[in-house]
Design a protein around this ligand. Sequence first.
Ligand code: NAI
Ligand code: MG
Length: 364
Amino acid sequence: MTQQQYRITLLPGDGIGPEIMAVAVDVLKLVGQQLNLHFEFQTALVGGAAIDATGEPLPAATLETCRQSDAVLLAAIGGWKWDSLPSHQRPERGLLGLRSGLGLFANLRPAKILPQLIDASTLKREVVEGVDIMVVRELTGGIYFGQPKGIFATETGEKRGVNTMAYTESEIDRIGRVAFETARKRGGKLCSVDKANVLEVSQLWRDRIIQLASEYQDIELTHLYVDNAAMQLVRAPKQFDTIVTGNLFGDILSDAAAMLTGSIGMLPSASLGANGPGVFEPVHGSAPDIAGQDKANPIAQVLSVAMMLRYALDRPEAADRIERAVLQVLDNGYRTGDIMSNGMTLVGCRAMGDALLQALENPQ
Ligand code: NAI
Ligand code: MG
């Protein structure tokens, strides 16, 4: 068997970032050994760590390193230390720069209920049991970027705030394709969410998605208005497989869907561009309150590695192994503080990592 070689840029960032990244890299290396995949790692600076070393949240060298890799694994950025900086110099700028610099127009956020953690959800067991949703959110268009935007004076001298929700056909098509392809790797169902009863931009959105569907006849396509989608997500979330929607609707719905699971330390995400590398990162932040104390849950970071293997490197068998290992450690009762419950074994970040490696070595 020839060895497959991948270049991965690691951006550990700030706070708990380096702790959870160390675990994720160990997991990736072990899976690589098991499946004869070779990973070449480059570690680069981003966020507060980059500000301290270079004065900038996203040094040009970091962006260049990312561009030359097959995928980027990011932990988290930010922290109290940099909170007093003006907004254009803050660590968070590094994230925005990375997204625009790599042209990451598609954001994938899974919300999957794990049976071992079902009681972490605030919804009833019978409502959330078996939920496995992927929200595909358009990330670089829509109302956050449309022109005109600003606060203008009217003729009467009153102020008027303006943002514009706009999508071109090509912007809709490229996010639509990512969504159909994603649905194909999952349950084969896609729900497109819009507000086509009121918004012209949504009418165009719906038309294009319907057009695209002719190329994906194996996918079952449905449409929902966003207000109804929000209701359905909390009423009967099991009806959803993959959801595709614009930037604003996706921002709100992806947070709502994620919180069906109730545990922030478990949630990964992927941001994908057209040709270049995607960025894979946990949904949570740098958790400065527990940084450096070996308390962080590394599972969101480890599941981000699984997403990287599935969606960027096309190694679903490696992703499956990692996801099975996560279920196995939970079955064996290991819990970090954020997901701890009665009768379980409380472990730190490093020990959770060791348990994951054990589970990979000895699958049950
Ligand atoms: P946060 O997600 O860092 O923390 C919220 C709460 O969840 C905290 O109590 C934290 O201890 C806990 N938590 C988060 N991840 C955890 C994990 N893996 N294991 C165990 N507990 C975990 O959000 P917060 O406090 O609003 O932001 C802290 C910093 O992170 C800020 O500087 C913020 O700007 C930044 N941030 C960065 C993000 C990123 O890098 N993508 C996303 C969100 C926030
Ligand atoms: Mg949000």
